[in-house]
Ligand binder design. Structure first.
Ligand code: HEC
Ligand code: HEC
Ligand code: HEC
Length: 120
């Protein structure tokens, strides 16, 4: 009985400390699967975020974590387009100015790009 409880405690503490292993230099962290954001009012379609696709372009997890996004879904605040135009959330890079790997990242502030994130 005691051992089982100890096992549970170790597991829970391990899960709680998990994010700390993302500290720069720490290796071996699984990249989460694609996920869909909870849709805000009047959003022109659901937004899927792909870690896999970003990984090809953004080499370090620390570029987004944890300055821009926290390590748990739904805990970084509500992403609004207004906030993105101020350089928050996806707008930290998707502003039509920021260069990643020598290429300017497409902006959220152009009707031609809405569908690149909001898929119908
Ligand atoms: C780089 C990706 C990206 C682009 C480009 C983008 N959006 Fe969004 N947008 C998001 C994310 C992420 C959310 C939050 C999740 C949701 O509401 O579906 C969001 C939310 C929204 C919302 C609801 C919240 C709010 O701000 O009112 C609206 C409306 C919206 N987008 C409209 C647009 C329009 C119109 C365009 C094109 C001019 C656009 N978006 C381009 C990623 C993007
Ligand atoms: C381009 C930005 C970006 C990069 C780079 C990035 N992430 Fe994320 N990550 C996100 C976003 C956005 C979320 C969701 C945050 C939220 O909803 O509050 C997230 C969430 C997570 C979560 C929580 C998943 C869940 O289901 O709660 C983990 C774990 C994670 N990322 C790991 C990583 C690892 C490991 C890397 C590097 C290989 C990485 N991320 C690189 C944007 C990024
Ligand atoms: C650290 C910078 C950074 C942040 C933050 C970021 N992205 Fe990106 N994203 C990139 C780069 C770089 C590319 C590749 C640029 C290109 O193809 O023009 C990209 C590409 C994309 C693409 C196109 C992927 C494809 O090839 O189909 C989508 C969709 C996208 N991002 C959505 C998002 C959403 C939604 C968020 C916020 C939750 C976000 N990004 C946050 C850097 C970022």
């Amino acid at each position: 009985m005691r051992q089982t409880r100890l096992g549970t405690l170790v597991l829970v503490v391990g899960l709680a400390l998990g994010p700390l292993t993302f500290a720069p230099g720490a290796a071996q962290v699984k990249t989460p699967p694609d996920f869909v954001f909870e849709q805000g009012k009047d959003a022109p379609g659901p937004v899927t975020f792909s870690h896999e696709k970003h990984k090809e372009k953004v080499d370090k997890c620390t570029v987004c974590h944890t300055k821009v996004f926290k390590f748990k879904r739904g805990t970084s605040g509500t992403p609004t387009m207004a906030a993105m135009k101020e350089g928050k959330f996806c707008g930290a890079c998707h502003d039509g100015k920021t260069e990643v790997g020598g290429k300017v990242v497409f902006t959220t502030d152009d009707k031609a790009n809405c569908e690149r994130c909001h898929r119908k």
